[in-house]
Structure formats: C-alpha cells, structure tokens
Design a protein around this ligand. Structure first.
Ligand SMILES: Nc1nc2c(ncn2[C@@H]2O[C@H](COP(=O)(O)OP(=O)(O)OP(=O)(O)O)[C@@H](O)[C@H]2O)c(=O)[nH]1
Ligand SMILES: [Mg+2]
Length: 478
C-alpha cells in the first residue's frame, strides 16, 4: 500500500509586493516634468482549495515549502509592476487547517472550498500616485510589503459516517471487506491496518461510509500503538461501532474488559461522548466464540448497548448490522441538517476602533500597535528622508502623536511601532501638530529625535522645491 499521510506541517510564503517606483518624466526642454513612477504589483497568495480527486496530503509531505511569486516593481512612464501569481494548492476534502499552536483556522469541507493560507503583500505606490497638491513631485515611492509567511498544519479527517474501533485483530478490516466493496489488508497479526480504510455501504436506500481505525490498545490515548494518531478520523462520524473479538486466545482478555479498555481510551481522547455506540461481537463462527457471546450478551444489553453477533468470515449477521447502522446514520443526518459547510475561523485582529493602540511597557518604552502604522513602517524606505517625513506625516494624521502624548510620552522617550520581534524603535520628539504642550517652539517641526536630521533636511529641500514650484507657477499661467 502507498504511504498515507494525514498530517503535515506546511511552510507557506506569499509573494512580496513589488516596490513603487520614484521617477520623473524627462523630456527635452521640459526640466520640470511630473512624477511618473508606477506602482508595484501585488504579491501572489497561497490558497488551499478542496479538490475531490486528491485523497492524501502526501505531496506536501514530500515538498512542504511552498511560495507564491512576488509582485514586480513599478517602472517609470507610469508603468505598474505585474502582480505575482497566486499559488493554488489542492487538498483533500475534510482537511483541517491549524496554526502552529494547534488552533483551528479552517475546516475545509466540500469540493472547491478555499482558504487563503498566506496573503500576498501589497505593492508600494509609485511617486506618481503619491503626488498631491501639497507634494507635487515626491522624490520617493513606497516599498512593497512582504507577503505573509509562516507554518500551517494540515490534518486530514476522513468524513466517514461509521467508525469501527477495537483491539488489533478484532476483525475490523474483515468487517469492512464484507460490508462494502473495499478490500483492505487482513491478517492474523496485530496492527495489520496502518492507516484507516474506508468502505461505502449500501443498505436499502441509505448509502454510508465506514472507516476502521488501526487497532487500539491500552495507553493508545497516551500514544501507544498506532490508533491514537488516527482517532481524529472518527471525530466526524455519527456512530461508533465496538468490534469485540469473542475468540481471542490472549488469556487476560475478554470482550467486556476489551470494551472497557477502548472506552477508557476514547474518553481520554475526548470529544466523542455524544456519539451513539453499537457493539459487534465478532467471530461467532468459532464455537467458543458463540458460547462467550451468549454469556456476555445480557451484561452488554443491561449496559444499554445494541448488540450484534456477526461472523465476518462466515458472513453471519451482516445484513442486520448494516441495516441497523443505516438507520442510525439516517437519523443522525436528519438531526444534523448538513450545515457542515466550511467553518473558517477569522484570525482576530488586535486593533481597536482608532486603528491603533498605544501602551506603555515596563521599561518605559511606548509601543504602538495597529495595522496601519505597522504597514506604513513596512512601506517606508528609511534611506530616503522624504519617505521618512511622509511616514511622520501619516502617523501624525492618524493621531498617533496625540495618543502618545495622552499616554504620557515625553520628549526623548522610546517609541516602538510594531510587534516585539519586528519593531522600528526611535526616540520621540513631539511635533507642532500634537497640541499645545509641545516642548519646541511653534512652527518648529522637530519630530522623533532619530528622524530629526532627516526631517530637517527634507524640510529644507521641500522649501527649496516649493520655492521653485512657486516661481514656476507664477511664470506659468496654467
Ligand atoms: N474465525 C474468524 N476469524 C476472523 C473473523 N473476522 C476476522 N477474523 C480473523 O482475524 C484476524 C484479524 O482480522 P483483521 O480484519 O485483520 O483485524 P483488524 O481488527 O483489522 O486488525 P488490525 O488491523 O491489526 O487492527 C484475521 O486473521 C482474520 O481472518 C471472523 O468472523 N471469524
Ligand atoms: Mg485491520
């Protein structure tokens, strides 16, 4: 049998956004041509799509690193960069997507269901798009944003109606082979089944699926044997069938204590309490087996189980069993109006209404968190003073300065924008716009200390350019 993979860790990286372009239109005898730098293209997404022709996660086991392509940078002449291409990854029906901490992100059920596992970065605006009445000829462009990158875990949960559980060699695979057309491997040694088998059963008008789980043994929920790995496959089932071996030769086992052991393991695993149970006493073709079945039947009935005596080998009691299971499955389907569509969990964004938060940390550092401020920082080319000045303006307009002041920030305090491991840190100087309490003289635009030299140079340059622009405007009647 081919390898079966039902859990993989996938490393996904979306494409980066292309950088915007800073360019000035040049033509002979027209020294003051307008900005014509195009925008960068968007990075491609990594998208998971349920494809019913895919049955295992094997491909991702072999090559777990997947990356979408980057957006191309913008170019002069107002040419936008090309968008990166989305990377579409086909996954089997019933794939559950988790983050690396084990939180469920999405539960993908149904052909065509999609989930964006990593979002491509936005392209940066070129200087043409950044031009405004106030900033007629920006000498900078925005950087493209990096695409999302990270690990997701894919788990495959078989979507079976009936799950067969029991000790190794109890006859689970044999039962599937006689109830359905499936031909799983059957042998007289334990752990014959290494991965779940799935069979389709037709009983009257009802068609349902049956899966077996590799044999469970005491301690399975702690990871002994193979079964636990596969219990997730039974999580979606409507009914659990205990397959009990009435003819085991092992001295310290009997069907009732086997049942107790398996139940204890299921309880340890958790989440299966509400599933109806049925007991199958298998191997009653063996004379001792029939005697034992007769002996324990009253006990099982008293415990409230429906009990079926069968022989997978002699094809005994199969019809009753398959019709009884069909009835339970049909009832479960009726009770649970199949809203079993995709359950996608939206990752919460820790941002309040203002779009950002300011918090003071123990060491006196002020931390600014928020989608916009963090994005703006990523988009900034810190080697370009004008770009840094533009960032300061944006932060100010959003009200970041004001909030910092309210939170008690003083000149010279450290301010970090972004998460701990990925923040831009600078010394803060309040600006004119932030209110009356600023420490500098009115009209002086001294910003964050670290940015100040840059900002001052920018202001000087802007003043020069504005002057030139004014002269030009005066001279030019349009
Ligand atoms: N006499 C008799 N033997 C059976 C019957 N059902 C299964 N067996 C035998 O029991 C052994 C184990 O059967 P499997 O179907 O492989 O058991 P399993 O529960 O799938 O075992 P694992 O996959 O190891 O967990 C095989 O030798 C079967 O031929 C039955 O009804 N009567
Ligand atoms: Mg088996």
């Amino acid at each position: 049998m081919t390898t079966f993979v039902d859990r993989v860790e996938l490393h996904v990286a979306a494409g980066n956004g292309g950088h915007g372009c800073a360019s000035v239109h040049r033509e002979k005898f027209k020294p003051l041509g307008g900005p014509d730098g195009g925008n960068g293209g968007r990075g491609g997404d990594v998208i998971l799509v349920v494809d019913q022709s895919v049955t295992t996660l094997l491909d991702y086991h072999h090559s777990p690193h997947r990356k979408a392509t980057n957006g191309k940078p913008g170019e002069g002449g107002n040419r936008s960069g090309k968008d990166g291409q989305d990377l579409v990854l086909p996954v089997p029906d019933g794939t559950v997507v988790l983050d690396s901490r084990g939180e469920v992100l999405a539960d993908l059920v149904g052909h065509g269901t999609t989930y964006v596992a990593a979002e491509g970065g936005r392209g940066g605006l070129g200087n043409a798009a950044l031009a405004s009445a106030r900033r007629k000829a920006p000498g900078f462009a925005l950087l493209g944003e990096p695409g999302d990158a990270g690990d997701v875990v894919l788990e495959l949960k078989t979507v079976a109606d009936v799950a067969l559980v029991g000790y190794p060699s109890a006859g689970k695979s044999s039962l599937i082979s006689v109830l359905s057309a499936a031909k799983p491997k059957i042998a007289d040694y334990p752990f014959t089944t290494l991965v779940p088998n799935l069979g389709v059963v037709t009983a009257g008008a009802t068609v349902y699926t049956v899966a077996d789980v590799p044999g469970l043994i005491p301690g399975a929920s702690q990871g002994r044997g193979l079964g636990l790995e596969f219990l997730r496959h039974v999580e979606r089932c409507s009914v659990l069938v205990h397959v009990l071996d009435t003819a085991t030769a092992e001295p310290d086992r009997d069907p009732v204590s086997d049942l107790d052991t398996i139940e204890a393991e299921l309880a340890q695993y958790g989440g299966l309490d509400d599933r109806p149970r049925v007991v199958v006493l298998n191997k009653v073709d063996v004379p001792d087996g029939q005697d034992l079945a007769d002996m324990i039947r009253p006990d099982l009935l008293e415990r409230g189980y429906r009990v079926f005596e069968v022989s997978a080998v002699a094809h005994k009691g199969l019809k009753e069993l398959s019709f009884a299971l069909a009835e339970i499955v049909a009832r479960a389907r009726a009770d649970r109006p199949r809203e079993e569509a995709t359950r996608i969990v939206i990752r919460p964004k820790a941002v309040d209404d203002a779009g950002f938060t300011v918090t003071r940390e123990d060491d006196g550092l002020f931390r600014v968190r928020g989608e916009k401020p963090e994005r703006w920082v990523r988009q900034t080319d810190f080697n370009n003073d004008e770009a840094v000045g533009y960032l300061a303006d944006r932060l100010n307009r959003l009200g970041v300065e004001e909030e910092l002041m309210k939170a008690g920030a003083r000149a010279g305090d450290g301010v970090a924008i972004g998460a701990e491991d990925n923040a831009v840190v600078f010394d803060w100087e309040p600006t004119v716009m932030a209110g009356a309490e600023m420490l500098g003289r009115r009209g002086e635009d001294h910003r964050m200390e670290a940015l100040r030299p840059a900002v001052q140079r920018r202001r000087e340059r802007e003043a020069e350019r504005d002057e030139a622009q004014r002269e030009f405007d005066d001279f030019n009647p349009f």
